[in-house]
Design a protein around this ligand. Structure first.
Ligand SMILES: NC(=O)c1ccc[n+]([C@@H]2O[C@H](COP(=O)([O-])OP(=O)(O)OC[C@H]3O[C@@H](n4cnc5c(N)ncnc54)[C@H](O)[C@@H]3O)[C@@H](O)[C@H]2O)c1
Length: 255
């Protein structure tokens, strides 16, 4: 049997206080990673709980409160990992936000905010973490896109655009970093049952929600842990020749 082990690995992950990010962090912890730095905009009861659960697996956790779109926050987080562990093996760019917008309701403020959190952050971490990984000669990077990044989606013009940008950036980075032994992939979830989806669906009427759910051939929302398993595959040696790809986790939803 193939053993998916992340023994001794150091992970930098964003937006892991709750939701999909938390499930990814737990999967990586279950696989035995040694240390994990989490960057999240807030450390509330969810964040405290996540850190405690990770530590129960024996993982050394550094919880950094900060905005992923800030260059200083990213530079400091990378420095922190290097000072503490001397390496970063796995980078997971998970933090993201969404507004339920139409072209009419979308504002330039929403546009800037979503593009900054969802896309600029990926550029910044790629820039600073890849410098470390190039020196090491290895690394696996996973960027959270969305089915909306492929189809355009219906969550608002800024959301799909930001997630399409994540896919393009993933391909660019995979081509650039491949010669250094660094793999870069994206994950594109469909409808996953988290606070983000609950908040988004709360703004819609019952009929619209029903219509949206009926578009999922597997006839259910995904569980965050199912995205976590996809990320574990891409983080581990199980995907040793997979790079520049986008793994859809959608229950066959294609629009
Ligand atoms: N839930 C879905 O159906 C779904 C589908 C496709 C893609 N995604 C993507 O998956 C990722 C996680 O989504 P989720 O549903 O778990 O959302 P969520 O809102 O439950 O969790 C997002 C996490 O990111 C953190 N965060 C938000 N802004 C931040 C910032 N500026 N800096 C640092 N941290 C920040 C939040 O505090 C939170 O912990 C996002 O990138 C999202 O776009 C989600």
């Amino acid at each position: 049997m193939y053993n998916v082990s992340l023994e001794d690995k150091i992970v930098l992950i964003t937006g892991a206080a709750q939701g999909i990010g938390k499930s990814i962090a737990i999967k990586l912890a279950e696989a035995g990673c040694k240390g994990m730095a989490i960057i999240d905009i807030k450390k509330d009861a969810n964040g405290e709980q996540t850190q405690q659960e990770l530590e129960e697996f024996g993982v050394e956790v550094e919880f950094i409160v900060g905005d992923v779109s800030s260059e200083t926050v990213i530079q400091n987080a990378v420095k922190h990992c290097m000072d503490k562990w001397g390496k970063i093996d796995i980078l997971v760019n998970n933090a993201g936000i969404a507004f339920m917008d139409t072209l009419e309701t979308a504002t330039s403020e929403h546009w800037d905010l979503v593009l900054n959190v969802n896309l600029r952050s990926v550029f910044l971490t790629l820039k600073y973490v890849s410098a470390v990984m190039k020196e090491q000669g290895f690394g696996s990077i996973i960027n959270m896109s969305s089915i909306a990044g492929i189809t355009g989606g219906s969550t608002g013009p800024e959301y799909g655009a930001s997630k399409a940008g994540v896919i393009a950036l993933t391909k660019f980075a995979a081509k650039t970093l491949g010669p250094y032994g660094i793999r870069v992939n994206a994950v594109a979830p469909g409808t996953i049952e988290t606070d983000m989806i609950k908040r988004t669906y709360a703004t819609l009427d019952e009929e619209t929600v029903k219509k949206k759910l009926s578009k999922i051939p597997m006839q259910r929302m995904g569980d965050p842990s199912e995205v976590g398993k996809a990320v574990l595959f891409l983080a581990s040696d199980m995907s040793s020749y997979v790079s520049g790809d986008t793994l859809c986790v959608t229950g066959a939803r294609m629009d």
